[in-house]
Design a binder for this molecule. Structure first.
Ligand code: EPS
Length: 393
């Protein structure tokens, strides 16, 4: 990995912190761009009370000077406004683990003397700082002509069936206008109702977020080792976002039900260009990008903290009991879109840097322009019979 990062911080501690290594020099990095990502992460229906307290803003303390990346490590932080409410507070014991959260296993693994010590780091508050890291990568990809956009593709049972992927700008605009980050007005209404119903029932809801990345060059990633497959890397990163329980590349789930002739993205010629007539495989073959739009969907389970109590065990009294309510969101899916755009941007930028080997904007630009679309001139086939020999035989 060329880009590496570490984050630190507790949900109700003083701040979230990150150091990012491997961002090439001379790219524009604007605080406003990052703050817009952070603001989008806070918006929307389904958010809980915490979002009325925080107004996230990034502080950049190293690696970006005069709005340009220096090539050195970038240090950033986000102050937790809620800290002032927790500082010196007498905290009630937390002894009943919430099923679905890291509470039970985290407390067992780290032998914490209060469940809150696990909760503090496991909380999805951590996604604020990852969102900021990825927003840096997203704006660099943008400068390289790669567009990354995400949208809510389902909430509960309500699914977005069809979407025109041609105009990324239009998708972004519609997502921004929707209270649930879905680029279709009718489906948005259905999703809003679904969340309101869940809230009324004192329950929580999950859903899915689809990401599209356009103009990403062909040939990034590799088939030669499991850990060089770019689609596998993306799936692993998506799974690392809190609540994600499944990841789908392209139309992977439907593809598993259909015949091969219907699923493969057939190859055709458009003058000199070698093109596809569909994109069922979501922009990947053999762990490598094909040059078609990358399409990846992450499925999030409903949030674990429910207003309605569910069965658990009181680890102090050692009796079967029910969970008690902690402040939380009803449905975090609508506000999670920028988190996924960020997380995929880190991996895509990393892969581009690996492929171009560049340390600075100028070299990356030059090399990226040399990675052409796949055309009939891209190949050097011998087109004659040959045999396979190894010298030791
Ligand atoms: C979360 C619980 C809630 C969420 C939180 C994730 O926070 P709190 O415990 O302070 O009410 O709002 O998400 C964030 C704080 C955030 O910034 O996204 C949890 O338990 O995972």
């Amino acid at each position: 990995m060329k880009i590496k990062y570490l984050t630190a911080g507790e949900s109700h501690g003083p701040e979230l912190t990150a150091i990012i290594e491997g961002i090439p020099s001379n790219f524009e990095v604007s605080k406003n761009y990052i703050d817009e990502f952070l603001a989008r992460r806070q918006k929307s229906l389904g958010s809980g009370g915490r979002m009325n307290i925080e107004k996230d803003e990034v502080l950049i303390t190293s690696g970006v000077i005069n709005n340009l990346s220096t090539g050195g490590p970038i240090a950033i932080k986000i102050i937790n406004k809620d800290w002032k409410n927790w500082k010196d507070k007498e905290i009630e014991p937390f002894v009943v683990p919430r099923p679905g959260h890291a509470d039970l296993v985290g407390t067992f693994k780290y032998q914490h003397d209060d469940i809150r010590l696990s909760l503090e780091r496991a909380s999805a508050r951590e996604t604020a700082i990852r969102c900021a890291i990825g927003a840096i990568c997203h704006q660099i990809l943008n400068q390289l002509g790669v567009e990354v956009v995400g949208y809510v593709s389902s909430i509960g049972e309500q699914k977005l069936e069809n979407i025109n992927l041609e105009d990324i700008g239009q998708i972004k605009k519609l997502v921004d206008e929707s209270e649930v980050s879905c680029p279709d007005k009718e489906t948005s209404e259905l999703m809003i109702n679904e969340i309101l119903k869940a809230r009324k029932k004192k329950d929580t809801l999950g859903g899915s977020i689809t990401l599209i990345a356009k103009n990403f060059p062909a040939g990034c990633g590799s088939y030669v080792h499991f850990d060089r497959k770019l689609d596998a890397k993306l799936a692993s990163s998506m799974m690392s976002v809190q609540s994600v329980k499944a990841v789908e590349v392209g139309s992977g789930i439907e593809a598993s039900k259909d015949f091969g002739t219907a699923v493969q993205d057939q190859i055709v010629l458009n003058e000199q260009n070698v093109e596809r007539i569909t994109n069922n495989l979501g922009g990947f073959e053999g762990g490598m990008s094909t040059g078609e739009p990358i399409m990846i969907t992450s499925y999030l389970k409903p949030i674990s903290t429910t207003l309605t109590p569910i069965k658990s065990v009181d680890l102090a009294s050692q009796k079967v009991t029910e969970t008690t309510y902690e402040r939380s969101d009803t449905c975090a899916v609508p506000r999670a879109v920028p988190i996924f755009e960020s997380v995929i941007s880190i991996d895509l930028l990393n892969s581009l840097i690996e492929n171009t080997g560049g340390d600075n904007k100028e070299v990356i630009f030059k090399r990226i322009n040399e990675i052409k679309d796949i055309t009939l001139d891209s190949f050097n086939l011998a087109n004659k019979t040959w045999s396979m020999r190894y010298e030791n035989e």
